[in-house]
Design a protein around this ligand. Structure first.
Ligand SMILES: [Zn+2]
Length: 81
């Protein structure tokens, strides 16, 4: 009887650890996701940093531009000439 109670407690403990570990993994991947996200300086949509073009203004300000904004600028520039 004592053994089955101990076994049950151990099982609960294991389940708790598994859920705790799962929550930790989910949280850390979410944090990694938001770390890699950046807002486009023109359209204000969030994108993965890897698909954004990064430009430094002055010594500190970083600006990010998404592909659709760059092509919109390109089209606008093409219309000037
Ligand atoms: Zn944009």
């Amino acid at each position: 009887m004592t053994l089955s109670i101990l076994a049950g407690l151990f099982l609960l403990f294991l389940i708790g650890i598994i859920f705790y570990g799962y929550g930790f993994v989910v949280k850390s991947t979410r944090r990694a996701d938001t770390e890699n996200m950046e807002q486009c300086s023109l359209c204000r949509n969030n994108f993965d940093k890897r698909v954004l073009v990064e430009r430094e203004i002055g010594d500190y300000k970083l600006m990010y531009f998404c592909k659709s904004c760059i092509s919109a600028l390109h089209d606008a520039a093409a219309r000037i000439h």
